[in-house]
Design a protein around this ligand. Structure first.
Ligand SMILES: Nc1ccn([C@@H]2O[C@H](COP(=O)(O)OP(=O)(O)OP(=O)(O)O)[C@@H](O)[C@H]2O)c(=O)n1
Ligand SMILES: O=P(O)(O)OC[C@@H](O)[C@@H](O)[C@@H](O)CO
Length: 445
């Protein structure tokens, strides 16, 4: 995770800075390739993402919503979690005035759709209110049928949100007027005296933590903000309270999954980073070119990485039906045997670039070279490590991380099995860590 002002280029952390230890979760937030169950919602739903805060509690210079993880700002992960939901028609991102240009750049760079950026306010309620008002303006430009019936409000620093839960909140909000996510309390809540002593404790079983997403009919949330007080705007933290207090609307409460937590402190970024990395490293596809030796190695690898909680699909190439991997896979292993050459890897890099999937996540391509009697050669020439490095340097500019692993066949079964295990360990580590330092290296298994 970079603790630097948002740069859309993924540069390294400054080790001297109080950098976060981590990066952040797939916007599919924990399920980077989780394809949400398609649901049909027969009324227009819009989203307001309050992102106008300064993130003081992280202790970082950059507001947490703009801290980047694996080269991508946290808020981009959250936006994508919503824009991939087909029944959400528009997303209003509310940012501080000084971040409008940055947010616009992020929207353009990561090719976010459905997104409109509006200025926030000095408090969270003021920011959310600005977002709701913006939806109202949008509504005026739209035929009545397209105006949002339901507004989902979701802190931009909660990137782990799933379509299924959003659906529950939206349907409950449509039904009830307001709905909100809750989670069990972890700590007991106590009331204190003004001198800072214990006054009484609340019976924890009777209380829940109010989380996000929350949903409201547009009428309820817009009226609530029209009627609420300056004190609400200044000190309030709960939209459900405004709905109850000013519209008499009692929110339906729905227990959400533990992944709904909000990034608040520095430790949350580290936790989020490990979820992103873990999600991106769950699977890979091994391309064998159809060679029997490569298939044997791939099958042995498949068994070995299973113990590392990774799944490998073994395919001969990325054509026909297998081209779907170009759109959904984040990790590729090209096995080349004997007179290997880098042209097979070059072909994959070309395909991946055309599929444009590296925009959102750094892709990993690992060239596993099972060297035979011949030296690997590119077009008849000896392959120099520099050739791999050159190819990798070019690919890195396209957010594709290319690594090489070389292993030598052995008739000694134990020796061969040890080599395969080493390839599995190296492959798993490269995919999990996505280290820039090892890009272009030809590692020996
Ligand atoms: N004036 C504000 C304050 C907060 N938020 C947003 O509300 C969400 C939840 O607020 P919080 O976690 O408190 O964020 P910050 O206010 O940035 O955090 P801190 O209190 O540590 O400064 C965040 O996405 C934050 O960007 C906002 O839109 N406008
Ligand atoms: O209070 P903070 O500004 O840290 O975060 C906002 C949270 O309070 C809010 O997201 C939930 O409590 C649900 O309203």
């Amino acid at each position: 995770m970079e603790d630097n002002h948002i740069s859309l280029q993924s540069d390294s952390c400054d080790p001297d800075r109080p950098a976060h230890p981590g990066t952040f979760p797939t916007c599919e937030a924990g399920k980077s390739d989780h394809q949400p169950a398609e649901r049909s919602v027969d009324f227009p739903v819009s989203v307001v993402l309050p992102a106008g805060g300064t993130g003081e509690r992280t202790g970082l210079q950059t507001p947490k919503q703009f801290c980047s993880f694996l080269g991508r700002p946290l808020i981009s992960y959250t936006i994508q979690a919503f824009e991939r939901v087909s029944w959400i028609q528009s997303i209003v991102v509310v940012v501080a005035k000084e971040s409008i240009n940055l947010m616009t750049d992020i929207v353009q760079h990561f090719q976010h759709t459905k997104v409109r950026v509006v200025p926030g306010g000095s408090t969270r309620h003021r920011s959310i209110c600005n977002g709701v008002l913006a939806l109202g303006e949008e509504g005026e430009e739209r035929p009545a049928a397209d105006r949002p019936k339901v507004v989902i409000i979701h802190d931009a620093v909660r990137p782990f949100v799933e379509e299924d839960f959003l659906y529950k909140i939206a349907m409950a909000a449509k039904e009830q007027g307001a709905a909100g996510a809750i989670r069990p309390l972890v700590s007991t809540v106590i009331a204190t005296t003004s001198e800072g002593y214990m006054d009484h404790s609340l019976e924890r079983a009777k209380y829940r933590a109010s989380e996000m997403p929350q949903g409201f009919t547009y009428d309820v949330i817009s009226q609530a903000y029209q009627r609420c007080s300056e004190s609400d705007f200044e000190f309030g933290t709960e939209c459900l309270h405004l709905a109850l207090q000013y519209c008499g609307t009692t929110a339906k409460l729905i227990q959400g999954p533990p992944t709904l937590w909000k990034v608040t402190y520095k430790r949350d970024l580290a936790a989020a980073e490990s979820i992103i990395k873990e999600t991106l490293s769950r699977s890979a596809c091994v391309i064998t070119g159809g060679s029997a030796q490569a298939v044997t190695l791939a099958n042995a690898l498949q068994k070995a990485v299973a113990a590392l909680d990774m799944e490998l699909d073994v395919i001969p190439d990325l054509t026909g039906e297998n081209s779907r991997y170009l759109l959904k896979e984040r990790n590729f292993i090209q096995v080349s045997v004997n007179r290997s050459c880098l042209s097979e890897v070059e072909a994959i890099l070309t395909d991946l670039e055309a599929a444009n999937q590296a925009l959102l996540h750094p892709l990993v391509v690992i060239w596993v070279h099972l060297s035979g009697s011949d030296e690997p050669s590119v077009g008849g020439r000896m392959v120099e490590p520099a050739a791999i490095m050159d190819l990798a340097s070019a690919a890195k500019l396209r957010n594709i991380l290319l690594y090489g692993i070389q292993l030598h066949p052995s008739k000694d079964t134990e020796r061969w099995e040890r080599s395969v295990l080493r390839v599995a360990d190296i492959t798993s580590a490269l995919i999990r860590e996505r280290s820039h330092a090892l890009v272009g290296q030809l590692l020996q298994a």
